[in-house]
Design a protein around this ligand. Structure first.
Ligand code: UDX
Length: 432
């Protein structure tokens, strides 16, 4: 099938590459000329395992192309995906101006029946608004359908999540677009849930909020475990083996961050309130998340007594493993809090150092260290802030020798307390 994707961010680019990979002819539209040029040359603007190969292969065989022109995208394809950003606003609501702008651009280029698919995460009722906008700005009377098809990919595992999805959600308000959308997704062999557009939009916000709720639940448990002398990892394992609960997304840590969960929960609370429901449960999920960070900084302060002028090594800057993304990263938040307390930082991340420099500029107070095992040198404490698996393989003997004081505060429960004790560390972690 001929498919256009408008917006080549994480979601748009991965979706475009994966749809091309399964045999569709895909044209990706982006209004940034440098991005289009880079992508045409086989480069990719983000770090995402497996994506570069996918883009290069499909560009090479002519199944994946890039353009700046929305008009070209609308003309050449039967199905137009919208995958532009939906950033948060100060009051927690979603800025839908990019979606609205694209809807207007599509409208003025529309000359034949097209299916317009919303992939971006949007509040319930957005598909209805998109349809209304297209009707309003389309010069002639052209038939079209708007479909809601939310994306559930995780950064760092985006290609894998897209190629092997748990489910595909299609929100349609008439039977006509369903057949074409089923054809788009036929090669993926995943269960397809067909519903109305409002329900499809709600599925996305409901799922992300529930996952964040699981994390806050684990973090709240970690506080109780710590006070009770219990081990949150054991408690969560015991709970999670109940199939109704499941072990995933119950890792206590520094709290959730990134470009999705914080934004989606705020948006869901906001839209619920507009619909007349005060979603107090989700407000508490937010509170637990911010308290978790405050508690962690206090833990570091309690261990060091005074933070000012202490040299602290920080392992991890990305908001989670397997990504170079530092947007709303708990690790960056932590670094900024430690800097405000007067600490001097030695920081490292396997992938996110370049992006981190924009928000955490190198200088007298912040030193970027290329080698993980060199970070502890001369430090009064070492903090683990992101769950990169390689941090669990830290050279402990070398760290012990090179640190001024052997204090490790593990915000992701990556290291083994017994082993840390054997190496002579003062070791603190979360909920154990
Ligand atoms: C999330 C959803 O998982 C995905 O389905 C949706 O499409 C977009 O939002 P992503 O933002 O890439 O994906 O990250 P995710 O892997 O879900 O992690 C989010 C945050 O939660 C990270 O900061 C991570 O460190 C934290 N987290 C995750 C925990 O603290 N504990 C856990 O058990 C799991």
């Amino acid at each position: 099938m001929r498919i256009t994707i408008i917006g080549t961010g994480y979601v748009g680019l991965v979706t475009g590459a994966c749809l091309a990979e399964v045999g569709h002819t895909v044209l990706c539209v982006d209004n940034d000329p440098r991005k289009v040029e880079l992508l045409r040359a086989g480069g990719i603007p983000i770090y995402e395992p497996g994506l570069e190969e996918l883009v290069q292969r499909n560009v090479g065989i002519g199944r994946l192309g890039f353009t700046q022109s929305t008009a070209e995208g609308v003309e050449k394809s039967d199905i137009i995906f919208i995958a532009v950003p939906t950033p948060p606003q100060a009051d927690g609501s979603v800025d839908l101006s990019y979606i609205e702008g694209v809807a207007r651009e599509i409208a003025i280029s529309l000359t034949r029946y097209r299916i317009i698919v919303d992939k971006s995460t949007v509040p319930v009722k957005t598909a209805e608004k998109v349809a209304e906008t297209i009707r309003r700005y389309c010069k002639t009377k052209v038939e079209f359908d708007v479909v809601s098809n939310p994306e559930f990919l995780r950064e760092g595992f985006a290609v894998q999540d897209l190629m092997k999805p748990d489910r595909i959600v299609l929100g349609v308000n008439s039977p006509r677009p369903e057949t074409a959308m089923r054809e788009v997704y036929a090669p993926f062999k995943a269960p397809i849930i067909v519903t109305d557009t409002n329900s499809a939009e709600l599925i996305k916000h409901a799922a992300n909020s529930f996952l964040a709720l699981k994390i806050s639940y684990a973090n709240a448990l970690s506080v109780v475990c710590e006070s009770a002398g219990a081990n949150v990892l054991e408690v969560v394992r015991g709970m999670g083996l109940d199939e109704r609960i499941g072990t995933r997304f119950l890792n206590a840590g520094l709290g959730f961050g990134g470009s999705c969960f914080p934004k989606d929960i705020s948006a869901f609370i906001h839209i619920s309130s507009q619909l007349g429901y005060d979603f107090r449960l989700l407000k508490e999920v937010q509170n637990i998340n911010s308290e978790q960070m405050e508690r962690f900084v206090k833990k570091i302060a309690d261990t060091l007594w005074v933070i000012r002028d202490k040299r602290i090594g920080v392992l991890g800057l990305a908001f989670k493993q397997n990504t170079d993304d530092v947007r709303l990263s708990p690790a960056i938040d932590l670094c900024q809090r430690l800097l405000r307390e007067g600490a001097r930082l030695r920081v490292h991340d396997p992938k996110a150092m370049e992006k981190a420099k924009a928000v955490l500029p190198p200088g007298d107070q912040v030193e970027y260290v290329g080698d993980r095992d060199e970070v502890p040198e001369g430090c009064d404490a070492l903090v683990i802030a992101t769950e990169w698996p390689e941090f669990a393989a830290l050279d402990l003997a070398r760290a012990r020798r090179s640190m001024t004081t052997p204090i490790v505060v593990d915000g992701r429960n990556l290291l083994d307390p017994a082993q840390m004790e054997r190496h002579g560390f003062i070791y603190k972690s979360i909920g154990r």
